[in-house]
Write a new protein. Structure first.
Length: 485
């Protein structure tokens, strides 16, 4: 790590770029950037400097200075972070806080796109899009999160809109050497940035799910979707998970649902309850598993799909609840149609989520394993939940899962319990067989690094080719070869 004199020079240079009011090395400011809710798994590390640019040009200048001195940099869009992705892994890092780059640059209803900067929130863009008669694909995250960051990291989405987890069309990235890279059709002179796949390789895909590890995204064009003319809800209840998931492949293959999730009883209760004291009263009043389904679109098409859906469900696995359209609880609609109401979802207390992708047919096996690991860690079996959502465009058995256990970071006993459950479950998931992790955060990557073979080597080589000085958010994809102290 460079000495204090070098950092003082860097600090003065950053002040000349953004002004003294948008750069800080004060302890009370820096402490807010040293950890997130994943701190028991990612060591809190305070940055040396935080800087807030307002333009792509300022980001380029900042990155050039960091690269010249080989100073690690950590990009952050809105600060609504999980899994330590925006927490420095090395001492002496510079956090580039992008929240002041918060402009919606364009909403184009003809092309059904919006172009945004990293500080634009889900709520901000959803409001602007709805004013134009369209909508975004809502991430399962608070309204204050960055839409650019979520689409870049391929978040989980409540509605099965478009291409599942890919809602980004084109973007621009500041590379570690300060150069600007445009990807998608935006790379072509005089071309509107409205198409991702050109005659070239998918460079946007290369930078996705790479939390700031190869470059900083300063602008992105994303997909918009039409507002539904009509919608119908079903709430299907089952006592056995095997019966519940049997209906999913035929429904998804017929491209019927706009929303389809598999929810354990207690997860459903947390979404429905209006007050904390209602949680325990509602236990046992619902089936063990509930599948909410929304069918939306033009009224005639929705009505036709409803008939097909009911026929599929009746023939495949009839629910214990009435097989008919039902109006869902208001809280439930808000959860799945709008940005997440985190305060409402946390009525049962804070929780730890372990998310991954795996085959739908292994759902019962995942549940049994997690319940056992939960008991070994000190939980009651009913405290371990596993909810799931199939990919929007369902191919084969592809499914998103999220295991949840109660967690209180202020209690050492709770921290130890969640860590024991977390690491045991990570190892067992690899043994059982999964498609991959929900974002490449460091802990699970350590477990599979030796099993990636040529794939992992090529991945590393590409990262080092783009970032030879390894300054871009090091330690967030692969374990660092050399630690700085």
């Amino acid at each position: 790590m460079p000495d204090k004199a070098i950092y003082e020079q860097i600090y003065q240079k950053l002040q000349s770029i953004v002004g003294p009011e948008r750069v800080s090395n004060d302890g009370p400011v820096l402490i807010a950037y040293e950890r997130d809710q994943h701190w028991p798994f990612v060591t809190p590390t305070r940055p040396a400097i935080v800087v807030q640019p307002k333009s792509t040009e300022e980001v380029q200048q900042i990155v050039k200075i960091a690269n010249e001195h080989k100073i690690p940099i950590v990009p952050l869009s809105r600060g609504v972070n999980v899994r330590g992705l925006c927490v420095p892994a090395k001492k002496g890092s510079i956090v580039i806080d992008l929240r002041l780059m918060n402009r919606i640059l364009e909403i184009n209803t003809e092309m059904m796109t919006a172009t945004v900067e990293p500080g634009v929130t889900h709520g901000q863009l959803q409001i602007a899009a709805r004013e134009k008669g369209c909508r975004i694909c809502i991430p399962g995250a608070p309204a204050t999160g960055s839409i650019l960051a979520n689409y870049l990291l391929r978040g989980v989405y409540h509605t099965n809109a478009g291409d599942g987890i890919d809602h980004a069309l084109s973007a621009e990235f500041v590379l570690p050497n300060g150069e600007l890279l445009k990807v998608g059709s935006a790379a072509f002179p005089n071309s509107d940035p409205y198409w991702r796949y050109t005659c070239s390789p998918d460079f946007l895909g290369l930078f996705q799910s790479m939390p700031g590890s190869m470059g900083i995204c300063t602008k992105m064009t994303v997909k918009l979707y039409p507002l539904p003319e009509h919608e119908v809800w079903f709430m299907l209840g089952y006592d056995k998970i095997e019966d519940a998931i049997a209906i999913i492949p035929p429904l998804m293959n017929a491209q019927i649902p706009s929303v389809l999730w598999v929810l354990p009883q207690y997860t459903l209760i947390k979404l429905i309850a209006k007050k904390t004291k209602e949680l325990e009263k509602l236990r046992g009043t619902f089936p063990e598993w509930t599948i909410p389904i929304t069918i939306e679109g033009p009224k005639e098409i929705v009505e036709a799909k409803v008939k097909v859906a009911m026929d599929i469900i009746r023939k495949t696995s009839p629910p214990k609840t009435p097989l008919k359209p039902v109006p869902p609880p208001t809280n439930f609609v808000k959860e799945f149609k709008y940005p997440r109401n985190i305060l409402g979802f946390l009525r049962a207390g804070s929780y730890h989520a372990l998310a991954f992708y795996g085959p739908l047919k292994k759902y019962p096996e995942y549940i049994r394993m997690m319940k056992e690991n939960g008991e070994k860690a000190g939980y009651k079996r009913e405290q371990v939940d596993l909810l799931a959502s199939p990919y929007a465009q369902f191919w084969g058995q592809a499914c998103y899962y999220e295991a949840e256990v109660p967690y209180t970071s202020a209690r050492e006993e709770s921290v130890e319990m969640v860590k024991k459950f977390h690491y045991a479950t990570l190892k067992d998931l690899i043994k059982i067989g999964i498609y991959g992790w929900f974002r490449p955060f460091l802990n699970p990557m350590k477990l599979i690094i030796d099993d990636l073979g040529t794939y992992g080597k090529l991945w590393r080589d590409i990262m080092k080719l783009i970032d030879p000085n390894e300054i871009m958010n090091p330690g967030k994809v692969f374990p660092m070869e050399k630690e700085l102290t």
